[in-house]
Ligand binder design. Structure first.
Ligand SMILES: Cc1cc2nc3c(=O)[nH]c(=O)nc-3n(C[C@H](O)[C@H](O)[C@H](O)COP(=O)(O)OP(=O)(O)OC[C@H]3O[C@@H](n4cnc5c(N)ncnc54)[C@H](O)[C@@H]3O)c2cc1C
Ligand code: SF4
Length: 323
């Protein structure tokens, strides 16, 4: 591993003040330290933000503010989160293992990098790791990579389960940085690869995530489901965070659908939502909406299996949520 300096920040503003090119913020380290061992990340300096006083979960009116340094375990176990946002607790618990969740922070989870095998192998080209070097995944192993929103430069997926639930909940990400404070809506934090796949998010150098704020929970029932190769310790092949509110007349009043592991971003299925709201909550309508959403997909030869998987997952999840 390349030698690096280490400093522990005393406050968010201290962390930002310590930032300079070559610096990376350190959360729980469960992704960043792995990437440093592999030589994928080579910071000159780590500024540890895991012990900042950003570890509270606080209710403010009908909103919930979750500090960026809250550990994934504590988020999933929090009584308010479990009662008001059970989909989020389920999503967090579907990720990684107990030991990893004990270390991993909310901000680090959002900013974890893709699990594309070429990205993690410094002996191979990869546009995300080394811009302009090529994307071997397109002709090679893209079995678990993107079917929606990919580009000729990169077909990686974002691996976070938590981010999928946050995208469905319309969460807001609070950021402080060299240029001041701002709030980034989700979806909106992560970006599609385009011709700059090295940029996972809209964050600027030195930006520090300080909190994630959740608006009042959407009406109706909600859940998170994850399809994976084994029951634990595996990233999703496809996942879904969904909410559904159906009136006594059988009409869909509100619906949110976000898909995971299908794109470079947690994919909000807006086309499906638009088709469903105001229509009947029937299996046929769920299928039409799922198919309309997936019409935009551009699968590669070895990941076309994700389309029937995503379609069936959308339909089965909405049928589970319907009264
Ligand atoms: C074996 C294994 C299995 C896993 N399985 C899953 C899974 O199924 N689902 C899933 O979702 N995840 C999974 N993960 C990933 C895990 O959730 C992430 O490693 C973890 O959430 C990262 O959080 P962290 O605090 O450790 O981040 P770190 O590793 O510390 O940092 C990650 C990134 O975030 C940046 N960062 C950290 N904090 C801030 C901040 N406040 N502001 C700005 N930048 C910041 C860092 O600079 C770095 O770029 C798995 C991990 C492992 C090791
Ligand atoms: S899909 Fe993206 S991350 Fe994977 S090799 Fe191609 S450019 Fe790199």
């Amino acid at each position: 591993m390349k030698p690096f300096e280490y400093a522990r920040a005393g406050s968010p503003s201290d962390a930002v003040r310590r930032y300079r090119p070559g610096t990376m913020y350190l959360g729980g380290g469960t992704n960043l330290v792995d990437l440093m061992r592999l030589g994928v990340a080579e910071p000159d300096r780590l500024v540890d933000v895991s012990r900042l006083p950003l570890d509270a979960i606080e209710q403010a009116g009908d909103r919930l503010r979750v500090g960026a340094a809250v550990r994934n375990t504590d988020l999933a176990a929090d009584p308010l989160v479990r009662a008001r946002y059970p989909m989020l607790a389920r999503a967090v618990l579907a990720g990684a293992s107990g030991q990893v969740r004990n270390m991993a922070t909310v901000a680090g989870n959002l900013l974890q990098r893709t699990r594309c095998a070429y990205f993690q192998d410094v002996g191979r080209p990869c546009n995300k790791r080394r811009p302009g070097s090529g994307c071997p995944a397109i002709e090679g192993d893209h079995t678990n990579l993107a079917v929606l929103g990919a580009s000729d430069s990169c077909v990686a997926t974002h691996p976070s389960d938590m981010a999928v639930a946050l995208a469905a909940l319309d969460a807001e990400v609070h950021v402080t940085g060299p240029e001041g404070d701002r709030i980034i809506p989700m979806p909106g934090l992560h970006r599609l690869p385009g011709d700059e796949p090295e940029r996972d998010t809209v964050l600027e150098p030195g930006d520090l995530i300080t909190a994630v704020e959740l608006p009042a929970p959407p009406p109706g029932a909600s859940t998170y489901r994850k399809v994976r190769e084994r029951a634990s310790f595996a990233f999703a092949l496809v996942s879904i965070a969904a909410t559904l509110d159906v009136g006594s007349d059988g009409v869909v009043n509100d619906c949110r659908i976000a898909l995971g592991s299908v794109a470079h971003v947690p994919w909000r299925a807006e086309r499906a939502e638009r088709l469903l709201i105001g229509g009947p909550a029937t299996g046929a309508a769920f299928l039409r909406a799922a198919e309309a959403e997936l019409e935009q997909a551009r699968p590669l030869p070895r990941n076309a299996y994700k389309l029937p998987l995503a379609r069936n997952l959308i339909v089965a999840t909405l049928e589970e949520l319907a009264p």
